[in-house]
Design a protein around this ligand. Structure first.
Ligand code: ASP
Length: 324
């Protein structure tokens, strides 16, 4: 009897302490880990979201770029972080492709994270350096096939969206090309602008302003429909590669074990942020838009991630691409 009362007392005390902790959250700076370099598309989404969430949560949010190994270094870091709500993780579709691409992933992509919500979906664009000798997709394909020894394309490492899109492109044209891996497509874009690499496939959040300024060439968008902010750019399907579609989604996570009240608070703040006028406008200029509010939830991100892991696993295994 005494033991039972003591146990009940301890349980109530623990619940009480964690409630007080959640009520006081956030009381210090929140870090959002981005697994790619600063200045790239994932970083851009994180900074816009972080800024909007920061005003709702009334807390400072800083972005920490932990780049390398196609996003898996940042993920590994967050999987081991304290589950106190002060270290979060913003990653894209790569969270779902890494389990099949990396044989020795030091974390469980589905179960070592507490999902907070889906953020947005972004089209990709196939782009090349300005003086690349091909003015449309069909010319690009013929040129690349005829010059495969000297053509190269940039990506952000095995597991990056740019890697996935490049892999689908090479398989669609049945040609293997030399890839140049970066820690993010921010620095890859600098080299594309400088002419050090030939082409890449990257999110509109990184390519739109360079396309509009005429600093790079663009051959197609990877969505079923054209993108409102780039109305003159054909879809890859229209340009000559039937059914070539890739869409990059982003999610926000905390480490597994983060108290539910804190996860819920973060999810609500994220939903508010996705209604922010400035964020919506910037997203639209960059060719993306927030997901519907009912998808910006822990349950929606969990089921989306699970479905994407199940979708990409067999495709990647069949392609025989992996890292040890
Ligand atoms: N766009 C990159 C990718 O290919 C990542 C980044 O730099 O944000 O996944």
């Amino acid at each position: 009897m005494i033991r039972k009362t003591l146990l009940t007392f301890i349980c109530l005390a623990v619940v009480g302490i964690s409630q007080v902790y959640a009520d006081q959250y956030p009381s210090k700076v929140i870090n959002i880990v981005v697994p790619f370099s600063a200045g790239g598309p994932t970083d851009t989404v994180a900074r816009l979201l972080g800024q909007a969430m920061s005003s709702t949560l009334k807390a400072q949010i800083i972005i920490e770029n932990v780049a390398g190994a196609g996003g898996t270094l940042g993920a590994a870091r967050v999987a081991k972080a304290a589950p106190d709500g002060y270290t979060l993780f913003l990653h894209h579709i790569g969270q779902s492709t890494a389990p099949a691409l990396y044989r020795k992933l030091p974390y469980d992509a589905l179960n070592d994270f507490a999902p907070i919500g889906l953020i947005n979906e972004v089209p990709m664009t196939l782009v090349a350096k300005k003086d690349f000798p091909a003015s449309n997709l069909k010319e690009l394909i013929s040129y690349v096939k005829a010059n495969k020894q000297k053509v190269n394309y940039a990506n952000a490492g095995l597991g990056a969206a740019s890697h996935l899109c490049g892999m689908l492109f090479m398989s669609a044209i049945q040609t293997d090309l030399t890839t140049i891996p970066y820690k993010g497509t921010g620095p890859a874009m600098n080299d594309l602008l400088g002419g050090q690499v030939d082409f890449m496939c990257d999110q509109t959040t990184n390519t739109t302003s360079q396309i509009k300024a005429g600093k790079i060439k663009v051959y197609g968008v990877t969505t079923k429909k054209r993108v409102a902010s780039l109305p003159d750019i054909p879809t890859m399907h229209e340009a000559g590669l039937p059914n070539f579609e890739v869409s990059v989604w982003h999610g926000l996570y905390a480490p597994k074990g983060t108290p539910k009240d804190i996860v819920d608070k973060l999810s609500k703040a994220m939903q508010e942020a996705l209604k922010d006028k400035n964020l919506i406008q910037r997203f639209a200029e960059l060719g993306t838009e927030p997901v519907a509010q009912n998808r910006a939830t822990p349950a929606a991100l969990h089921s989306h991630l699970k479905a994407e892991i199940e979708k990409w696993g067999p495709i990647i295994k069949k392609a025989g691409i992996y890292a040890d």
